[in-house]
Design a protein around this ligand. Structure first.
Ligand SMILES: Cc1cc2nc3c(=O)[nH]c(=O)nc-3n(C[C@H](O)[C@H](O)[C@H](O)COP(=O)(O)O)c2cc1C
Length: 201
């Protein structure tokens, strides 16, 4: 009889211990009550960032990338165009652009966009020209008040990296939150989309 009581006591202890173990093994604290969970304040919704994709393109590569970024971000798009077009011949254009850069001439560009103040984020795209952004891009920065805005660069090139344009752009955009972007490829739309996603868009 005594043995039976010892067995019964041990059995009850085991049952009690296993009950405790199962309630804590999940590692989750039980909610205090359903009504307390329901009363928890919801995180405030972040207003959507307004995006502008502004780009310069001579032969269309950067334009294609800019359009892919616009499609992904659902932003607006603006083409930076010089008042006087660059020479149509590639060879003449490279010579012209070299002189323009060496003389630090910032060419006149067509006005716009009208509502630049409305944007929070500006993707700024261009082909690398002589290891830098084309001078027309600098005119765009001077002509538009981008202070306080996030400006993310992107480029296409024949091999140069975006880093070559960063010293000049970060200086010109000293009043903006400038972020060096990356070199992208007109032929790789999904790569462009992945990059845009990695930035949280
Ligand atoms: C005037 C000029 C200068 C260039 N300089 C460079 C350069 O320094 N490094 C480079 O990798 N590619 C250079 N390129 C090649 C372009 O960056 C490349 O072809 C780019 O993808 C063209 O973009 P777009 O079609 O949007 O104009 C130059 C092209 C031109 C016309």
């Amino acid at each position: 009889m005594k043995k039976f009581f010892v067995f019964l006591l041990s059995f009850c202890c085991l049952v009690a211990l296993s009950a405790c173990g199962s309630s804590s093994s999940s590692g989750k604290a039980a909610p205090a009550s359903a009504s307390a969970a329901a009363a928890a304040p919801a995180a405030p919704a972040q207003p959507a960032k307004k995006v502008l994709v502004a780009y310069f393109s001579y032969s269309g590569q950067t334009e294609q990338v800019a359009k892919a970024i616009q499609a992904k971000t659902k932003g607006d798009i603006f083409k930076i165009e010089t008042v006087t077009p660059y020479p149509a011949s590639y060879r003449d254009c490279t010579a012209y652009a070299k002189a323009e850069k060496n003389e630090n001439r910032h060419p006149a560009i067509k006005p716009g966009p009208a509502n630049v103040k409305d944007y929070d984020v500006i993707f700024l795209g261009f082909p690398i020209w002589w290891y830098d952004a084309p001078m027309a891009v600098y005119t765009f920065i001077e002509q538009n008040d981008l202070s306080g805005k996030t400006v993310i660069s992107f480029c296409t090139s024949g091999g140069s990296s975006i880093g070559e344009s960063t010293p000049g752009l970060s200086k010109a955009l000293a009043k903006s939150a400038f972020k060096e972007g990356t070199r992208l490829y007109a032929s790789d739309e999904s790569g462009t989309q992945k990059w845009v996603e990695s930035l949280g868009f």
